[in-house]
Ligand binder design. Structure first.
Ligand code: BGP
Length: 469
């Protein structure tokens, strides 16, 4: 029988997660090209500028200047006893246009220095290859992941960074929240629709190309970093039926499957049988090349990484709406909510971890969980974010319960250990951090970093390996 743990295992990984485009800034520095995130002035749920409007403010162009301040920031993460740190390599720092044969050395050097600093401070790098950062040129010239050529460009990028960082980085993720191809294909895969296109056809074809790229990247990974682990990453905040009405229950299962399908392909190695009916009903015909299905079957993920923020409910007949936090439906009257309408449900995390482990029997990694809130500095210059301590405590307790339920969980990287730019709304106001950054939505501020009350609490939690919870 598989083990059931009453405590966090000794090798449990504790830390935090950010993304290059939401923290680094330096959006064109040292040879970096434009990536799709550069054109989202108001977040990835809103309009995208293919040409940067010089009269517009784009918060992520400078973000929190992590590109120049990462040593100071990682020193603070070390103070919190992190033993893992997740971020992404911005693809357009390595290949500015995405289709070059040779990489940009200045971009490779930056990440060499960044990973060295992490390792020096006791953190294993956990690196996302594509976190809403597809090079813009690949969108303009090739239509992004619609085009099968993206597979070749992505593999050239993967091979370059696997070879460069094989001795420093042993934990990798391919596509951030790949199932957001169905909710936000612009941010998730650089897919911007043309007039009259069958959107589902485009999304499923692009997703298929990404599945093939994912498996071929795993094939390369097995050769270049044989002692490493490479996972798929999905946005899996959960959704409950709004009532016990059978129609609510059944359609909610169908909604959940729209996300789980991505895990089914990347973990089980084949399209689940229910896909055929979805594609038939939505007029989708995915063009697969000979050998695609064999590649997908042969090269599957080592673990399932997930973001979990909240839960929502679904009522029969309602549209399948979702945002960066997951599927969003009718509010649940039994749980509280944040100013951004994200409902707080720690037991939902225990439920989700059990749901996913039952389905995949693969180690899970909670690589995003966090509370975006409006943090105030009080008259003493303190930020008493006790609501964030409560959120993290309750969600870590849920993970501990799931371990006892027999779920294999590799680690927990809290999303946004330092205030960064929101992906969905491009705000600084939606603060996640244990560390406050003096910067507002309009770009005013000194960029000064300041510890919140949750900083010491989280440091102590990790020091006790979560067992003081
Ligand atoms: C996920 C993304 C992250 C992060 C998070 C929080 O979708 O992987 O990039 O942004 O959501 O969402 P937001 O920043 O919109 O609050």
């Amino acid at each position: 029988m598989k083990q059931s743990l009453k405590e966090f295992p000794k090798d449990f990984m504790w830390g935090g997660a950010i993304a290059a485009n939401q923290a680094e800034g330096a959006y064109l520095e040292d040879g970096k090209g434009l990536d799709i995130s550069s054109g989202f002035a108001n977040g990835i749920k809103h309009e995208h500028d293919k040409v940067i409007d010089e009269n517009k403010f784009y918060p992520n162009h400078e973000a929190i200047d992590f590109y120049h301040r990462y040593k100071e920031d990682l020193a603070l993460m070390e103070e919190m006893n992190f033993n893992v740190f997740r971020t992404s390599i911005n693809w357009s720092r390595i290949f500015p246009n995405g289709d070059e044969a040779e990489p940009n050395e200045a971009g490779l050097k930056f990440y060499d220095d960044l990973f060295d600093e992490m390792i020096k401070r006791g953190m294993k790098p956990l690196i996302t290859l594509s976190h809403y950062e597809t090079p813009l040129h690949l969108v303009e010239k090739y239509g992004s992941w619609r085009n099968r050529k993206l597979i070749t460009f992505f593999l050239n990028y993967c091979e370059t960074v696997f070879e460069r960082y094989k001795d420093k980085v042993k934990y990798w993720l391919t596509f951030n929240e790949i199932n957001n191809m169905r909710r936000m294909p612009g941010g998730a895969g650089g897919i911007f629709f043309e007039e009259g296109e069958n959107k589902q056809q485009v999304v499923y074809q692009a997703s298929h190309n990404m599945f093939v790229a994912n498996s071929l990247a795993i094939k390369k990974f097995r050769t270049i970093i044989p002692d490493g682990k490479i996972g798929c990453m999905l946005s899996l905040s959960n959704v409950y039926p709004h009532t016990c009405k059978p129609e609510d229950v059944f359609e909610t299962m169908e909604l959940r499957r729209r996300s789980l399908m991505f895990g089914d392909v990347m973990i089980r190695g084949e399209y689940p049988s229910y896909t055929a009916r979805i594609w038939e009903e939505e007029g989708v015909e995915v063009n697969m090349q000979p050998g695609d299905e064999e590649i997908i079957k042969c090269y599957t993920s080592d673990f399932l990484a997930l973001s979990y923020y909240r839960t929502s409910t679904h009522e029969y007949g309602q549209p399948f709406y979702g945002d960066t936090g997951g599927d969003q439906g009718t509010p649940n009257p039994y749980i509280g909510t944040t100013p951004w309408g994200w409902q707080i449900d720690p037991l939902g995390l225990r439920y989700t971890l059990n749901e996913l482990y039952d389905r995949y029997q693969l180690p899970l990694f909670v690589v995003e969980n966090g509370l975006g809130q409006i943090d105030e500095i009080d008259e003493n210059g303190e930020i008493n974010d006790f609501y964030r301590i409560e959120y993290v405590r309750d969600h870590v307790k849920a993970i501990k319960e799931a371990l006892q339920d027999g779920v294999e969980i590799m680690g927990y990287t809290y999303w946004g250990p330092i205030d960064i730019i929101s992906a969905g709304t491009a705000e600084m106001k939606k603060r996640y951090g244990f560390i406050y950054v003096d910067r507002d939505n309009e770009g005013n501020g000194t960029m000064e970093r300041r510890k919140k009350a949750s900083f010491d609490w989280y440091a102590n939690l990790i020091k006790n390996n979560g067992n003081n919870i």
